[in-house]
Design a protein around this ligand. Sequence first.
Ligand SMILES: Cc1cc2nc3c(=O)[nH]c(=O)nc-3n(C[C@H](O)[C@H](O)[C@H](O)COP(=O)(O)O)c2cc1C
Length: 217
Amino acid sequence: MTSFTIEEQNQALDYIIESRRTIRKFKSESPPRAMVEKVLQAGLLAPFARISVDREDFRRFFVIPRESDVTSKAANLIKRRSAVAYEQLEKRVQQDPIQRSRAERYLGALKMASQEGPPNLGKAPYYVVVAEQRGIPEVAQLSLAHCLENMWLKATALGLAFQLLSVTERMSEDKEFCELIGVPFGEFALDGCLIGYPDVSPAPSRRSPLGDVTKWL
Ligand SMILES: Cc1cc2nc3c(=O)[nH]c(=O)nc-3n(C[C@H](O)[C@H](O)[C@H](O)COP(=O)(O)O)c2cc1C
């Protein structure tokens, strides 16, 4: 074990948590495979719902380099699925003006994804899909959120850009997508992200002051 003082540990951790941002602009240069593997390793170490899964390999990673022909195939399947999701949501909120207005931005994003594909897929050097075994209780998607957050923090520590591609979640319902990446259809929940070098350096995140959103009872 390394011997950092509590203060050193906290300085490093606080710095990484505070500097984590969504980066949606990537340099064209690809980070080396070893760097990507460090990000995946951090995801592998994230918590999982032991009560819900019964196998060692409950979590799998699929790395799709931009240059792979899988990238354009995946983008086409995501376009098709986004079009279906758009139609379904549009139909569901049609009769309810309040719901319709709440769904406005998401509908816009789905429409855009159905026409142009998900933003930055094909531009970022790597599309990483993470799969988590489904079980009872149905918490695979929650486990994936922990996994992706670990990956995000590790990417930040390595100076990499990271963008969630949460449209990947709905691709678990798409048999062709599951076959394309090689995950057994129906058995795994999915999530995904894009990784590369940042081509912007955004300011730290803005949030409400802690005191305004916290109540001690
Ligand atoms: C559940 C969830 C899904 C998200 N999905 C996407 C996504 O598909 N594409 C994207 O660019 N950002 C996505 N984001 C990133 C948020 O938009 C981002 O975290 C938020 O705007 C705050 O910015 P920050 O990450 O720079 O602090 C997602 C965030 C969460 C928590």
